[in-house]
Design a protein around this ligand. Structure first.
Ligand SMILES: Nc1nc2c(c(=O)[nH]1)N[C@H]1C(S)=C(S)[C@@H](COP(=O)(O)OP(=O)(O)OC[C@H]3O[C@@H](n4cnc5c(=O)[nH]c(N)nc54)[C@H](O)[C@@H]3O)O[C@H]1N2
Ligand SMILES: Nc1nc2c(c(=O)[nH]1)N[C@H]1C(S)=C(S)[C@@H](COP(=O)(O)OP(=O)(O)OC[C@H]3O[C@@H](n4cnc5c(=O)[nH]c(N)nc54)[C@H](O)[C@@H]3O)O[C@H]1N2
Ligand code: SF4
Ligand SMILES: [Mo]
Length: 766
């Protein structure tokens, strides 16, 4: 036992004793070995959008081990630290144990019948008094596709409210709208093989080293023939992998891309044949670019010098295959949608679409952000159908056998609009499914005051999340490994996630929760789920709903997914094993003329720039060890110990001004809120005048400070830039504004030199 304890302390606090056995080893004597699982269940990781294949080891009905699936094409046997410890989150002490109702101020476990009944009565009451749209629902990118579909039907057709959206609006919405603007439909166009095959790859606002670690395997294949360009104001771990690193000024990507297009057009490096055959709008586009994005102006806006702009433009345009991949540095911006279209423009004028190593590729965030885009029934009708198109509405209604008048004619409120409607008193009930707004939504003070106005808050979560803890009713849900269905990853690959163990305590799968809850509403269950007993039945209906659409699943089955290691849609008679890339030569874009659109789009300056009171720009994001609001990773020793609290990354020059060093604690204030007691990391990964703070932590809640500004087309928050001040005990009043703008590349170089001379003066070797 002592030995086990030693091992526990040495390796990881969370090791369960019953997972280990002491065995005799000829060299080391007694050693602790993991007990062999009774069975290995093949499944898919439930964390991020990479979609790694893995096995769960099951012993005595418990998940005891996670390991990579060597045959899975996405990860070939490897997993990142989150995947490797995934089985541990299933038994975290913070799991919700079943249905809970707030009684005398505290959440108490009750029967499911009592919880369902309580919520149904309240929803009906609110619906009768204020109309069904007074019920708002916010879901996620982390359910199984079958669950999204089942939930969407219930909310839109059963509860009859279109005020339904997901946390995907905090995440992928700009990519969705940008793809729609450019290509006529949502859907990431490329695949992971493109990371391998590209001669030039530009990663824009995507820190894959922390957040999509397994993608590095694809990127590093064939590395010696490849040029990696990283665009990020912060010198992230990914930036360290770059051949060319562009430390651009915050949110100037759109100007950068337009500037590259200028140089390409000026130099005649564009692909004329491709432009003529596959695109529309070239004339206006060219005029717009040549009139407005001269290299010198772009250098000013972005801070990247003209020479480097030419070098990057030439590399990109003259490569046989060039690819751009982006994530939140692009999407989470008030000009996110148009920045995505600018990236698409660059791909189109250089002919980088629909061929190997060539794609404007949105990397997705959550394990099934794609599933909800395809069939979630939030911003579109399942199967990428449009609310505004009567033919789409009719077609969907016919397939599922409901009256077409039931299908909404427009999208309801997006996530931030739902919060505003609650604040106005228009939405009275909120049902939150698998998301934790009390940590993840911007401008927390406003959110929290709005939520207090609700008549009822229902939270459906697998853990007692921050939001669950303030709920009136909690539907405690089963999670990954305890239920079956599929996830679609960033490359449109649908993977089967299998059930390995029984749901924890008295929890139920989201699929079962929704179906059983629907029985408390007259006729709804019979109307929506008459042939849907199991996730497999829902999958069959999804196949019918998708047939003939871009996201065509009609040729798929769970078994084929397992055999092939996932299937990339479209999968049908024409593409029986799926299709790697969209919009290849033989595949027109889903626009009326089959062509992609070149769109004139414009950069806009920050709406909340630095000022006397708030002289720094705050950038927020992630770290490899933690996932989002930490309900899953916060109790896993090996992950949490490495990143137990938030930090503020600041430049040496700012640290000097505040008279602080790494390890000191300071406060951050902004127009909307303040965070105290946050630890300093002095690192020249960020420039003077900018700081970075991870958003995972509820104690040092950085979203108390972030900006409630949203992209007008996608409603995605501008999480990555807002103005702040720092306060230390030595300099409580904070930093004085000295510069009129955040520094560009030229200034950055000067700054680096000044740091060097500072070091020399103080005798520090650098
Ligand atoms: N470990 C871990 N992995 C995750 C997640 C997690 O929470 N933890 N979450 C998953 C999810 S849902 C998502 S959406 C993805 C997100 O994955 P990423 O998008 O990689 O994550 P972030 O850290 O939010 O932001 C990425 C980068 O954008 C940069 N950035 C900030 N401002 C700008 C700008 O103006 N321009 C440019 N070009 N870049 C800028 C930041 O400095 C940061 O390095 O990760 C997924 N994977
Ligand atoms: N400042 C700042 N804020 C950000 C971001 C940023 O970069 N900066 N990024 C934004 C982005 S991209 C995202 S995606 C969001 C993420 O923000 P959230 O969606 O709030 O983050 P999660 O912690 O993943 O929340 C998911 C919830 O679902 C629960 N859950 C897990 N599995 C299941 C299940 O199977 N069923 C049910 N019912 N519940 C389950 C988890 O316990 C957790 O409470 O944060 C956004 N917020
Ligand atoms: S890269 Fe993403 S999908 Fe793969 S193991 Fe890590 S968290 Fe899971
Ligand atoms: Mo995300």
């Amino acid at each position: 036992m002592d030995f086990i304890n030693k091992i526990k302390n040495f390796l990881d606090k969370d090791i369960k004793e019953d997972e280990y056995a002491l065995v005799d080893d000829p060299i080391f004597g007694k050693v602790a070995k993991v007990k062999a699982p009774d069975k290995w269940v093949r499944t898919t990781c439930g964390y991020c959008g990479v979609g790694c294949g893995m096995y769960i080891g099951v012993k005595d009905g418990k998940a005891v081990y996670s390991k990579g699936d060597p045959k899975h094409p996405v990860n070939l046997g490897t997993l990142c630290p989150k995947g490797l410890s995934e089985h541990k989150m299933v038994t975290a002490p913070s799991r919700a144990k079943g249905a809970l109702i707030r009684k005398d101020g505290a959440l108490q476990q009750v029967s499911w019948d009592e919880a369902f009944n309580r919520v149904a009565v309240k929803f009906k009451e609110i619906s009768a008094k204020y109309g069904s749209k007074a019920i708002g629902v916010i879901s996620t990118g982390q359910l199984l596709t079958e669950e999204f579909y089942t939930l969407g039907k219930f909310v839109q057709l059963g509860l009859k409210t279109n005020n339904y959206d997901g946390n995907t609006t905090l995440c992928m919405a700009s990519a969705v709208m940008g793809y729609k603007q450019s290509f006529g439909s949502d859907g990431p166009v490329g695949c992971y093989e493109d990371f391998e095959k590209a001669d030039v790859i530009m990663l824009i606002g995507a820190n894959i080293a922390d957040n999509h670690p397994i993608l590095k395997l694809h990127l590093m294949k064939n590395k010696k023939n490849k040029k990696i360009i990283v665009v990020d104001p912060r010198k992230s771990k990914t930036a360290q992998m770059a051949d060319i690193y562009l430390p651009i000024k915050p949110r100037s990507d759109l100007a950068l891309i337009n500037g590259l297009c200028y140089i390409i057009l000026e130099q005649g490096w564009e692909d004329e044949k491709f432009i003529n055959e596959r695109t529309t709008g070239f004339k206006e586009f060219k005029k717009h670019i040549l009139n407005n994005y001269k290299p010198q102006d772009v250098a000013e806006i972005t801070g990247i010098d003209v020479k480097t702009l030419y070098e990057v433009a030439r590399s990109y345009a003259t490569a046989d295959s060039a690819m751009s991949a982006w994530t939140m540095g692009v999407n989470q911006s008030a000009i996110g949608t148009d920045t995505v279209s600018a990236i698409n423009n660059l791909a189109l004028i250089t002919g980088n679409l629909g061929k190997e190593g060539s794609a404007p590729m949105s990397i997705t965030g959550q394990c099934n952000a794609m599933g909800t885009r395809e069939f979630g029934f939030t911003s579109s009708i399942p199967g990428y159908r449009d609310y505004k198109n009567d033919k789409d509405r009719e077609e969907f209604a016919n397939i599922i056998g409901v009256d077409v008048d039931l299908i909404p004619k427009e999208r309801g409120y997006a996530y931030p609009q739902i919060i505003e409607a609650i604040d106005r008193g228009e939405i009275k009930a909120l049902w939150v499914v698998a998301t934790n707004p009390l940590v993840s939504f911007p401008d927390q003070n406003r959110l929290r005051s709005a939520l207090k106005k609700l008549d009822i808050l229902v939270v459906q979560d697998s853990f007692l999340s921050d939001t669950a803890q303030i709920a009136d009713v909690v539907f405690g849900a089963a999670t990954w490994s305890e239920k079956e269905g599929c996830y679609t990853n960033s490359e449109r690959r649908c993977n089967w996630a299998k059930k390995a163990i029984e749901p924890y305590a008295d929890t139920k799968s989201d699929f079962d929760i929704i179906k059983e809850f629907s029985k408390y509403f007259d006729g709804v269950h019979e109307m929506l789920y008459k042939n849907i007993e199991t996730p497999r039945d829902a999958f069959e209906e999804i196949k019918r709903v998708s047939k003939g659409r871009l996201c065509d699943y009609s040729g798929m089955s769970y078994e084929l997914m397992e055999e092939l290691g996932g299937i990339q849609w479209p999968c049908n008679e024409q593409y029986p094993k799926g299709k790697k890339r969209l919009y290849t030569k033989e595949m027109p874009c889903p626009t009326p003329d089959g062509k992609a659109r070149l769109l004139p789009v414009d950069w806009k300056p920050l709406s909340e720039d630095i000022c006397e009171s708030f002289p720094l720009i705050l950038n927020t994001g992630r770290t490899v060890e933690q996932f989002h609001t930490r309900t899953k990773t916060g109790t896993i020793g090996i992950l949490n110990d490495l990143a137990p609290e938030a930090w503020v990354e600041m430049n040496e020059l700012d640290a000097q001004k505040l008279q602080v060093k790494s390890g000191d604690r300071i406060s951050i204030s902004g127009n909307r809120g303040r965070v105290d007691n946050i630890v300093v990391k002095v690192a020249n990964t960020v420039r003077e005048g900018t700081i970075f703070v991870p958003f995972h932590f509820n104690k040092q809640l950085i979203n108390a400070v972030t900006l409630p500004e949203f992209d007008a087309k996608s409603f995605e928050p501008n999480y990555k830039q807002c103005a702040v001040q720092l306060h230390s005990s030595r300099v409580p009043q904070g930093i004085k504004l000295q510069k009129q703008e955040i520094m560009g590349e030229i200034a950055y170089q000067k700054e680096q030199n000044s740091i060097k001379s500072l070091h020399q003066k103080e005798g520090i070797s650098s």
